[in-house]
Design a protein around this ligand. Structure first.
Ligand code: HEC
Ligand code: HEC
Length: 238
């Protein structure tokens, strides 16, 4: 009797676990919106717009709907906005659209996605849209983009290729600081380029035999030139 009970509870436990993981992996808003909507709507935050775009960027759609949806109080706004999306995607029309007349004319009314996306999927897509496309996320994304735009290209590349997980500008980390490297090799950019391509170990004392990985096949030659020249400029800060 004990055994049967135990077995039963294990079976039930597994059934729940299986259900739970299935539901989660199946209904992931970020993934669904990419699969079902990205062929027409640009999903970037901040959005990129193109001359011949097929539809308004998704951020514009989300902001739009939140601005224009009729709701008597704030807590009803998002649920109502999601209901609007669930209806609109299946039954779109010029009269329901919140797009201004001119854009509507240039895009044409959205073709119904009936049969291509379920109401449950649209619920998850809607929840994702109003969570992801928020003023807060937009502000953060713009701040990050501004920061990246202001960085020298060399630094951006160092960030992109994870050099900065092992090197800092003025402080030793896993590898020597870029300032020390610059002081040692002065303006020998060719040497530094070769070093980055080949990697090294044991050239620097006090790094406990840590290895500099070879980047020959991972970074384009012209990017290695930019990286090297940028590193050699860091010598002014010892
Ligand atoms: C085949 C291209 C296409 C696909 C796929 C598509 N859309 Fe659209 N969508 C459009 C176009 C074009 C418009 C602009 C015209 C309009 O408002 O109907 C639009 C408008 C909308 C609007 C109304 C915007 C407003 O401001 O009123 C919503 C909501 C929307 N789309 C949601 C979605 C969602 C969610 C998906 C994915 C499930 C999706 N769309 C997939 C083309 C598409
Ligand atoms: C996993 C950690 C790690 C990463 C990632 C890393 N480095 Fe290094 N780097 C090191 C270590 C450790 C050394 C010292 C190796 C030695 O003693 O020979 C080093 C040394 C160097 C040197 C000096 C080589 C020499 O010949 O003296 C340069 C230049 C350099 N790294 C550039 C880079 C660049 C550019 C990147 C990114 C593309 C990068 N590193 C990524 C760990 C790393």
């Amino acid at each position: 009797m004990m055994k049967i009970k135990l077995l039963l509870s294990i079976v039930i436990l597994f059934a729940f676990v299986a259900c739970d993981t299935k539901e989660k992996s199946h209904l992931d808003g970020a993934q669904l919106i990419k699969q079902k909507c990205a062929s027409c709507h640009n999903l970037d935050l901040p959005p990129k717009t193109f001359k011949d775009e097929k539809a308004p960027p998704m951020m514009a759609v989300a902001f739009h709907i939140k601005d224009f949806i009729d709701a008597s109080n704030a807590s009803e706004k998002i649920p109502k906005a999601i209901e609007f999306i669930k209806d609109y995607v299946i039954n779109p029309s010029a009269s329901k659209s919140f797009c201004d007349k001119k854009s509507l004319q240039s895009y044409g009314v959205m073709p119904s996605q009936k049969g291509k996306v379920t109401q449950d999927e649209l619920q998850v897509i809607g929840e994702y849209m109003f969570e992801h496309y928020s003023v807060k996320n937009l502000t953060e994304a713009q701040a990050l983009q501004n920061k990246l735009n202001k960085m020298p290209r060399g630094e951006r590349l160092a960030l992109k290729y994870n050099c900065l997980t092992c090197h800092k500008l003025n402080k030793d980390l896993v590898g020597p600081s870029f300032a020390k490297i610059a002081n040692k090799y002065k303006d020998d950019s060719l040497y530094v380029q070769e070093s980055i391509k080949e990697g090294s170990v044991g050239r620097w004392k006090n790094f406990r035999g840590a290895r500099m990985p070879a980047f020959r096949d991972k970074i384009a030659d012209e990017d290695i030139v930019i990286l090297s020249e940028w590193i050699l400029k860091q010598s002014k800060v010892p």
